[in-house]
Design a protein around this ligand. Structure first.
Ligand SMILES: [Zn+2]
Length: 469
């Protein structure tokens, strides 16, 4: 007996009529993995079928099947979905998420802010997509991070998320411990192996070490802890990410097996030994140039939203960035009162900029990352701040875009980051040329993630409707 319904469905799916197909017709396609002039393909058509890119070619020879969702690409630019290789969902970017740095418990209890932030997760996912960011790496947080990754997977309007669990740390951060701490102090290689074991059960994408080296600490003993962590992670098939901001600490991390340095070296110029170690490990380097400035602006009440942040950030967080206008003076943490009396003028670290250039020129893959969630570094549109500062290191817009796509894909570990047939369909359509100015990456017309189409203003409208502050 013939199942007619099934037969009809089979015939329908074979006809040249595609409800699951998107065609972007006649756009300028940017291939960030290529150099100029091959990186730019004007008057091109991109065909997306299901959640994969099916075809990219000249508009004249790339037919669009009937029934496809057709997007007029004339006067538009198409780039791969952006990737932020360093974020933290357990932090919201507002003032109240780091009582270990600035304690506002007297104003907003940390526990209350953690609950608010968790309840707001869907909105946080949406601001990432609205900013054209289709993948992020959450490089350390509580065990809750693994539930967050599940929530992102289950939601259509969320970026792809790679994740690390609690930081294997050299120091304690008691104020952040509400029962599921993001940072756990480890005193020996054995303790490190035990914690890695607990994290591996949750199938992390990275194991992360918070390598804080203070005067009086024995570097060799700390390096042994990092090596034990790295060996255990690698035995479990997981890469090792390390926070190391000084040259000696970064080199110790690489000797101990680091695959991913999640910050700039910012205390002194990197040297040939560093470059050789990074190459040997095929390590990724994530500069995070803005995050320190974000703290300084926010904690002195001089933080101002950029034009992109006004459009694309979570309105609830944006409003909270003005809270210091109203808080009573006697409730402020001492460092905040001091900073407000004498506001700093934050600038990117000149050594970090210089080192970014050196790392890039040496051919070490640089992955753009913001450290979003930290105070003053907002989820989503802070990527445009970060990319602007990267150009101050002398990187061209094309190189910055490569760091935020093709190189970022190496951190995420998924089949994304370029516009080649067969790749996952994460695509951003822009109203302005990103190679003329990296800020044009914020001029987003549409975002496609996993083959699904989104309009940024609709994403933001949907979260604004859920309540302002
Ligand atoms: Zn971080």
């Amino acid at each position: 007996m013939i199942n007619w319904a099934l037969a009809a469905a089979l015939i329908l799916s074979a006809l040249p009529c595609r409800a699951d197909t998107i065609a972007i017709v006649g756009a300028t396609v940017i291939h960030p993995e290529r150099d100029l002039p091959a990186a730019v393909a004007p008057n091109s058509t991109v065909i997306i079928k299901g959640n994969r890119i099916e075809r990219v070619g000249p508009a004249s020879s790339t037919p669009v099947l009937k029934g496809a969702t057709r997007i007029d690409g004339r006067g538009k630019w198409v780039v791969p979905g952006l990737i932020d290789a360093h974020v933290h969902f357990f932090q919201s970017g507002n003032l109240y998420m780091r009582p270990d740095v600035a304690d506002f418990n007297a104003v907003v209890p940390y526990a209350k802010e953690v609950e608010r932030n968790k309840a707001r997760l869907d909105a946080t996912f949406k601001v990432w997509l609205a900013s054209g960011v289709t993948s992020v790496v959450d490089i350390g947080g509580p065990f809750w991070n693994f539930e967050m990754r599940d929530a992102a997977l289950a939601s259509a309007a969320a970026p792809r998320v790679a994740v690390a669990g609690p930081l294997i740390s050299m120091i304690e951060r008691a104020k952040l411990d509400l029962g599921d701490p993001p940072i756990i102090k480890i005193g020996s290689p054995d303790e490190a192996r035990a914690l890695v074991g607990r994290e591996l059960e949750r199938k992390p994408d990275f194991i992360k070490v918070w390598f804080i080296h203070q005067p009086g600490d024995e570097l060799a003993a700390q390096e042994a802890i990092v090596r034990a962590t790295g060996d255990a992670a690698h035995a479990g098939g997981v890469r090792l990410a390390v926070h190391a901001t000084e040259l000696v600490v970064a080199k110790a991390s690489l000797r101990a097996g680091a695959d991913f340095l999640v910050h700039s070296v910012e205390d002194e110029p990197i040297d040939d030994e560093f470059l050789a170690l990074a190459k040997k490990n095929r390590a990724l380097y994530c500069p995070t140039l803005f995050v320190v400035m974000g703290y300084r602006y926010a904690l002195s009440n001089t933080w101002q939203p950029t034009e992109a942040e006004r459009r694309l950030a979570d309105p609830q967080i944006l409003a909270a960035m003005r809270d210091l206008d109203q808080l009573p003076q006697d409730k402020l943490p001492e460092r905040v009162a001091k900073a407000m009396a004498n506001p700093p003028q934050p600038k990117p670290s000149p050594i970090a900029l210089q080192n970014l250039r050196k790392v890039w020129d040496a051919g070490i893959p640089v992955a753009m990352g913001t450290d979003a969630g930290n105070i003053g570094t907002l989820h989503g549109p802070s990527v445009f701040r970060e990319m602007q500062i990267m150009t101050q290191a002398g990187l061209t817009p094309l190189q910055v875009l490569r760091s935020a796509t093709t190189n970022g894909a190496k951190a995420v570990g998924q089949d994304v980051g370029s516009l080649r047939p067969g790749k996952l369909a994460d695509v951003v359509i822009l109203d302005a040329d990103p190679l003329a100015d990296v800020q044009n990456l914020s001029r987003i017309h549409r975002v496609i993630k996993d083959g699904k189409l989104f309009a940024p203003e609709e994403l933001i409208r949907s979260i604004s409707a859920k309540g302002g502050t």
